[in-house]
Write a protein that binds this ligand. Structure first.
Ligand code: SAM
Length: 203
């Protein structure tokens, strides 16, 4: 846990994340982020046009990733893949397409409403090789050495204990497994006048 955070600050961040992603699940990603989301975000992040055209507009609209984990390595047919912080499931569905019927994808997210959205998108696409589950990056509900690859997009910046979340990812990867993680990082200290650091956590 971040040593400089008090218990009330931690609770405020957790509550803020829940409220924000409840809103995103209900209203979609449009207008909720300071970067391009939806289909425009996927195009900007270099998702292949062939992949983008597989998905209906309402699924593409739910993308709120900050990068493209698929640009960091490949997924092979038959792979077992975990998507940490899957949101409404767009990357999980991309992965399900890439690993094929012989592979399997698990999408995990801490916000139940986002998991419901992901399940609705899965049903819309009729993909049988992907499952969605509620859970936390810091306490992955899977045995050791379960997955060939982990993808994650825009999530680790939101975790309160990054070391624990990374250790958990390492634990559930098979030996030689790949962590394909896209995220935002601070490249300099926040300006002192930025305001409440807790409020800024999940903007
Ligand atoms: C910016 S969205 C990205 C969603 C998805 N990866 C995408 O690219 O569309 C961040 C997601 O991380 C989830 N999240 C935040 N903290 C989490 C945690 N500690 N464990 C699991 N999921 C978390 C949120 O509920 C939200 O759905």
């Amino acid at each position: 846990m971040s040593p400089e955070m008090t218990e009330p600050e931690i609770q405020k961040v957790q509550q803020g994340i829940k409220e924000k992603y409840d809103r995103v699940a209900a209203a979609g990603s449009g207008g909720c982020f300071q970067y391009p989301t939806g289909k425009a975000g996927m195009e900007l992040q270099g998702y292949s046009p062939e992949l983008i055209k597989i998905f209906p507009p309402e699924v593409l609209a739910a993308f709120c990733g900050v990068g493209n984990p698929f640009s960091l390595g490949s997924l092979a047919p038959g792979d077992a893949v975990l998507d940490i912080g899957c949101g409404a499931g767009v990357d999980s569905l991309v992965a399900a397409h890439l690993v094929g019927a012989g592979g399997r994808v698990m999408g995990l997210d801490v916000t139940p409403a986002m998991v419901e959205r992901a399940r609705a998108h899965q049903a819309r696409l009729g993909l049988a090789n992907v499952t969605f589950q509620v859970g936390e990056a810091e306490a992955l509900p899977f045995p050791d050495a379960t997955f060939d690859a982990i993808i994650s997009n825009g999530v680790f910046n939101l975790t309160l204990d990054k070391e624990k979340a990374l250790n958990e990812a390492h634990r559930v990867l098979k030996p030689g497994g790949r962590l394909m993680l896209a995220d935002m990082v601070l490249v300099a200290a926040l300006p002192p006048d930025l305001g409440d650091k807790v409020e800024n956590w999940f903007q």
